[in-house]
Design a protein around this ligand. Structure first.
Ligand code: UDP
Ligand code: MG
Length: 316
């Protein structure tokens, strides 16, 4: 099978018939063998009924329906587990992404050898409250992930080699950083294609402004994981040692001041009145805590199924 189209959706009943007819037009015109996987993320409108009807009329259409709304990431992950096509294409269900992009995305994966091609909504039809923070967000993501050529990490329209989607796990809200997940799994040939974007035709966006706060926190998590995920002591041990050193120096200063003040009759040094005393206390307690965090992190890592899940690209 050439292509699997994975479409996560949450309350998009109006868009679905139009979207599947459009995909069918493109697939037939290009002679692709394909499947469409709708992942209904616990919709409370009539989306599931609409999908049932579409699937009954067209063998290419398959669907999975969650018992409740879990989020876009689990929906994508479910589609990824099931996708059979050589190339996997994800797109949003709200008609903001255009199925007309599919043939070129497919070609870039098959002929230009990309592992992942991300859409770039260069001309974007969304409110300014969304486009402006998104620019900042992408600049940070580029810096942290080291994927310097991507402008639009979170574009819903993306294409993958099948092996890529089988070797990454999209959980929580990590769909924003799939290129970073792919890179961490060793799939570094990541490209970009400018794609047409349209204003939402029906319904409304499912994400609020909290997306930006959570987005940054998730980026921190991914960075931490990729750097120290299986060796937490390397960061906590360092911080702990630094803190301990600061505490130790502060104690030395306290001692020296005490000794000096004993020999002079003009100056009486009180330990508890010295800033160094409090500095040493704070630093030593923090140092100890960092160390303990490191040890606990190491113990968790040692027992985690992730500790040795490297991916072998080739054996000779
Ligand atoms: N979506 C989903 N689960 C959610 C939220 C969104 O499956 O909990 C789907 C949604 O139906 C759409 C896609 O994810 O197909 C992108 O969502 P949306 O269009 O609301 O995001 P935006 O375009 O505003 O960034
Ligand atoms: Mg949308």
């Amino acid at each position: 099978m050439d292509i699997s189209v994975v479409i996560p959706l949450y309350n998009e009943e109006e868009s679905l018939p139009e979207l599947s007819a459009w995909i069918k037009r493109v697939m037939d015109a290009n002679g692709f063998t394909y499947e469409v996987l709708f992942i209904d993320d616990g919709s409370t409108d009539r989306s599931l009924d609409v999908i049932r009807k579409l699937a009954a009329a067209d063998d290419h259409i398959h669907a999975v329906s969650f018992s409740r709304n879990y989020g876009k990431s689990p929906a994508l992950d479910t589609g990824f587990r099931r996708a059979k096509g050589d190339v996997v294409i994800t797109m949003d269900a709200d008609l903001q992404d255009s199925p007309d992009e599919i043939p070129e995305l497919y070609r870039m994966i098959r002929e230009e050898g990309y592992d992942l091609v991300s859409g770039w909504k260069k001309k974007r039809y969304d409110p300014l409250s969304k486009t402006l923070p998104t620019k900042l967000f992408n600049a940070t993501a580029r810096k942290v992930s080291g994927i310097k050529n991507l402008h639009d990490f979170n574009c819903g329209l993306k294409a993958y080699r099948n092996a890529v989607v089988k070797h990454i796990e999209v959980y929580g809200d990590m769909h924003r950083y799939i290129p970073y997940l792919a890179k961490n799994a060793g799939y570094t040939k990541i490209g970009e294609k400018v794609v047409h974007h349209q204003a939402r035709k029906y319904g409304h966006t499912k994400f609020g402004l909290d997306r930006f706060v959570n987005g940054y926190l998730d980026l921190g998590t991914l960075w931490f994981q990729s750097k120290f995920g299986v060796k937490p002591m390397h960061i906590f041990g360092l911080l702990g040692s630094l803190m301990f050193l600061i505490g130790f120096l502060a104690v030395l200063v306290v001692l020296v001041l005490k000794v000096i003040s004993m020999n002079s009759d003009t100056y009486h040094f009180y330990v508890t009145k010295s800033v160094y005393f409090y500095l040493s206390l704070a630093a030593m307690v923090m140092g100890l805590q960092f160390f303990l965090s490191g040890f606990i992190g190491e113990l968790i890592t040692r027992n985690s199924p992730e500790r040795n899940n490297y991916l072998i690209a080739e054996e000779i």
